[in-house]
Design a binder for this molecule. Structure first.
Ligand code: HEC
Ligand code: HEC
Length: 375
């Protein structure tokens, strides 16, 4: 070694750099072919670069002997410190490869607007609901742990138009939920969801909320313990009158009064007379509910007959054409022909139905109680 003249820096790197370049290319493409993520490819090439530096270092001119033990130690520490900072800095800024996270990304379908309301989107929306802690304040039927806000299941938030739901999430202070207008509830719902949720998350969340309906019970309003149903809701009943009389712009073309009469006196022979509390269910349907007078009809029968109609009669399946939000309202009004709702409220309110169970919800789906499309 000592006989050989020492190489200049140029001579030193002239062969090594091209060899490294070829090797680095091989590593890059080899790793890519083997399926490593791009950050791993980069890391492998960076490591091969370290090797290059090492070989260059070997052939550098010998250093002069150190002047003293102190400077040598100092240099050692500085080098070590520098290398440590470099290494930590690089590894800290490289994205971490966590196989579980990567696998989950692959398994989870991307939220995509094209398939809005497909089962995957609804499931993704439910995840958004969970991740954003909506359950901390809202129950959804039997699920959730607090009644600070309305139970979005029994309230049947899914009956409302998408724009309404979105607005209630983005600007919860604009319209208070009925029964939640005390100062504490007014300020409870966070106002930051507009920043936290991107468009796709919001679309999925709304798709999920649109499924929250109950085909067997009328919607419920108010705080747990002080709740009421739409049968006893003055606002809903007067909105229902507009629907019934054909004055609601959102249900243009629907007019119950044309057949059932504005005053409840049927204009079409055979149309149900809502004033007669003892009328029985139609005889024209195979699933007739026997022996129960109109005043005691379960909510489910009202909803079924009005959304699905009576076969072979002018009582059409209105639920295939018009929003069920408005049909429930019209039903609430129709009920007042035999059980009027005085401005001060009824002496005995209709009872708040029991909260549906998981089995109930599964049964609704299995028995096809939801219409398709669900308006
Ligand atoms: C800290 C409690 C809290 C959290 C968290 C919360 N909410 Fe609310 N939310 C409320 C309260 C209280 C109300 C009723 C008062 C009002 O209308 O602002 C409400 C009202 C609503 C309404 C309107 C209901 C109606 O009657 O029209 C919707 C929809 C809603 N929340 C959805 C959500 C969603 C979705 C999330 C999660 C992204 C969420 N909330 C998180 C407390 C909360
Ligand atoms: C085109 C005429 C027509 C319109 C519009 C109409 N109905 Fe009817 N409705 C009828 C007739 C006819 C019957 C009786 C069917 C039968 O023969 O049992 C009926 C029956 C009913 C029944 C009783 C079903 C049963 O099981 O006996 C209900 C409830 C009802 N209508 C509600 C409504 C409501 C609410 C609206 C408005 C959303 C509406 N109807 C609009 C004609 C109409």
């Amino acid at each position: 070694m000592s006989e050989q003249p020492e190489k200049t820096f140029i001579q030193n790197i002239m062969v090594k750099v091209p060899i490294w370049a070829v090797a680095a290319l091989g590593i890059w493409f080899g790793a890519g072919k083997a399926g490593f993520p791009i950050w791993w490819q980069i890391e492998f090439v960076v490591f091969s670069f370290y090797a290059l530096c090492f070989f260059i270092l070997l052939d550098l001119p010998a250093l002069k002997p150190e002047k003293g033990q102190g400077t040598a130690t100092l240099r050692l520490f500085v080098t070590y410190g520098f290398a440590s900072i470099l290494f930590i800095g690089i590894t800290k800024n490289l994205p971490q490869f966590n196989p579980e996270v990567e696998l989950e990304k692959l398994n989870r379908p991307p939220v995509n607007l094209a398939s809005l309301a497909g089962p995957e989107v609804i499931a993704a929306g439910r995840e958004v609901f969970e991740e954003n802690k909506c359950f901390n304040c809202h129950k959804v039927f039997w699920e959730g742990n607090s009644d600070r806000g309305p139970n979005l299941g029994t309230k049947q938030i899914g009956l409302y138009p998408e724009d309404y739901i979105k607005e209630q999430i983005l600007e919860p202070r604009v319209k208070q939920s009925p029964g939640f207008d005390d100062p504490k509830s007014k300020k409870a719902m966070p106002t930051y969801y507009g920043e936290d949720l991107d468009d796709d998350q919001m679309a999925a969340l709304v798709a999920y909320l649109k499924t929250l309906r109950d085909p067997e019970h009328v919607p419920v309003e108010g705080k747990f313990g002080a709740q009421w149903t739409w049968w006893d809701d003055q606002t809903i009943v007067s909105e229902g009158q507009k629907v019934f009389e054909g004055l609601e712009p959102n249900t243009e073309g629907l007019n119950c009064a044309v057949c059932h009469g504005k005053e409840g006196i049927p204009l079409m022979s055979g149309a149900l007379d809502f004033r007669d509390a003892n009328k029985m269910d139609t005889e024209k349907m195979a699933d007739r509910l026997d022996g129960v007078p109109l005043k005691e009809w379960p909510d489910a029968l009202w909803y079924k007959r009005v959304t699905r109609g009576v076969d072979g009669t002018p009582m059409a399946p209105w639920g295939m054409v018009f929003g069920h939000l408005y049909l429930w309202k019209a039903e609430a009004y129709a009920k007042t022909f035999h059980n009027p709702l005085p401005p001060e409220g009824r002496a005995t309110k209709y009872p708040v139905p029991p909260i549906p169970t998981k089995e109930d919800v599964e049964r609704w789906t299995k028995d096809g109680l939801f219409l398709d499309p669900l308006l």
